[in-house]
Write a protein that binds this ligand. Structure first.
Ligand SMILES: Cc1cc2nc3c(=O)[nH]c(=O)nc-3n(C[C@H](O)[C@H](O)[C@H](O)COP(=O)(O)OP(=O)(O)OC[C@H]3O[C@@H](n4cnc5c(N)ncnc54)[C@H](O)[C@@H]3O)c2cc1C
Length: 435
């Protein structure tokens, strides 16, 4: 049962939820493009940076070119285009303090629910602040809450793991002071996390990588499948074959490629301290002091915020996504979802630019609310979360089944705003404007 809110605040024009890349970028653009708009940023954690503050495992770093990952308004300042997580968070802190964005952020403010009233044409947000319930009123909500569950990572089923006497770690919650020097560590997984984690761990410990389905490791950015396989083969030790260990089921760039600067992953796999294994159905035994389940994140759209419109609960699932920005029948709410096969920032930058355009348009026309509507003649069709191989897709769909709307509007891509919309194209088709 929801507790009664004791703290009510002066209404604001817009609330940004989340102070990661998306929220910070939105706050910057709002203060520079719409200085008269009153807004605040509500962040559930006690720090900025989202992903880059949460993930602290050894070797955590960017996968994409930071010249495009950095904000357009604050160029990435370092010469090396790939950066460790600590450098990304340092960059974000500089951006926030240099541009006065920290002034807008209210930390430890976790949004629990948002309720739209057509009568007042306002959202009421119920927010948890260290056990207190606060109430915020606003015209518009921008969700920069990321795309995964911060509390529950993607679990893997390892029968008998409960009997394992060593440490079981997940990269999402790496313990601050864990000393793994001289330890035998098994890393389960084949994604970007495993690829960056293994070389770092191997500097001080003996590592075995256990993978069910391999990935591409990018050594030169633009190589396609064959070239990637060839490059992998050339750098692997004789004991490790490309097939099946480095032959993913999907094509390069179906997902963002795992990057291994200077081939560090391959160098580590040549080290006597690193071993690679595939699904040990054969009864193979690997001794370990610690198991790292680098099995990924749990997809979660909308930051677990309950949404209702005039008392009716609105779920994400099955709802048409209007140009990767807004949800069918939910007024004045936009969400940020960046590019997945390019730098995330480029995508969320387009999103915010469209928000600014929409805001100006609504102001000029004296409009109170914009609501995406499914045209009568349009059929709701489920589409892939993003283009990828059938197997990967099945996995994404399974992961997302209860959380993500897989709908298609009358035009546009369901999960990425078009650059045309950002650059002056039509932003009104599919929206109903309420006065
Ligand atoms: C290890 C790793 C490496 C990556 N490398 C790259 C890369 O190289 N290039 C790239 O493009 N992408 C990369 N990504 C993807 C990365 O997540 C995005 O690039 C980007 O950081 C996402 O930013 P965001 O602000 O949208 O979301 P997040 O970083 O997830 O931030 C969301 C924020 O919202 C807050 N929040 C959530 N729900 C609520 C709520 N209900 N109330 C209040 N606050 C809430 C969270 O606390 C968090 O601070 C990587 C991801 C990982 C995990």
């Amino acid at each position: 049962m929801e507790m009664e809110s004791r703290f009510r605040y002066q209404p604001v024009d817009l609330i940004v939820v989340g102070a990661g890349i998306s929220g910070i970028n939105c706050a910057y653009q709002l203060q520079s493009e719409l200085p008269h708009v009153k807004f605040t940023v509500l962040e559930g954690r006690n720090s900025i940076g989202g992903t880059w503050d949460l993930f602290r495992y050894p070797g955590v770093r960017s996968d994409s070119d930071l010249r495009t990952y950095g904000f357009t308004w604050q160029p990435w300042p370092y010469s090396h285009p790939i950066a460790e997580g600590s450098l990304v968070i340092q960059y974000l802190r500089t951006c926030v303090s240099q541009h006065g964005i920290d002034w807008y952020i209210q930390f430890k403010h976790k949004v629990l629910s948002m309720k739209w009233s057509s009568k007042t044409q306002r959202w009421t947000l119920i927010v948890d602040h260290e056990g207190l319930r606060k109430e915020f009123i606003t015209r518009f909500v921008f969700l920069g809450v990321g795309y995964y569950d911060y509390q529950i990572p993607r679990k893997t089923t390892i029968p008998g793991i409960e009997n394992f006497k060593g440490k079981v770690l997940h990269p999402q919650f790496w313990p601050d002071k864990y000393d793994y020097t001289g330890q035998k560590i098994v890393v389960i997984g084949s994604g970007a996390t495993a690829v960056s984690l293994v070389p770092s761990l191997a500097k001080k410990s003996s590592v075995t990588l256990v993978q069910r389905s391999p990935t591409y490791i990018r050594y030169f950015p633009t190589h396609a499948r064959a070239a990637l396989r060839k490059a992998a083969a050339a750098q692997l030790p004789e004991s490790v074959s490309v097939d099946p260990h480095f032959t993913p089921r999907c094509n390069p760039w179906d997902q963002r490629l795992c990057l291994s600067p200077d081939g560090e992953f391959y160098k580590a796999s040549n080290s006597p301290r690193t071993h690679i294994a595939v699904e040990m159905k054969d009864g193979q035994v690997i001794k370990a002091d610690a198991i790292v389940t680098a099995t990924g994140i749990n997809m979660q759209m909308g930051g677990k915020i309950d949404i209702s419109v005039d008392g009716e609960v609105k779920k994400w699932k099955g709802r048409m996504v209007w140009n990767g920005l807004m949800l069918q029948d939910i007024p004045n709410m936009m969400f940020a979802f960046g590019y997945t096969n390019g730098s995330w920032t480029l995508g969320v930058d387009s999103t915010t630019s469209i928000l600014i355009r929409l805001w100006k348009l609504m102001e000029n026309r004296g409009v109170a609310a914009a609501v995406p509507r499914l045209p009568e003649e349009a059929a709701l069709e489920t589409v892939r979360f993003w283009p990828c191989s059938p197997r990967t897709c099945r996995r994404w769909r399974r992961t997302c089944r209860n959380t993500v709307a897989l709908g298609r509007g009358d035009r546009g891509s369901p999960l990425s705003p078009t650059t045309c919309m950002r650059d002056g194209g039509d932003i009104t088709t599919g929206l109903e404007f309420l006065i």
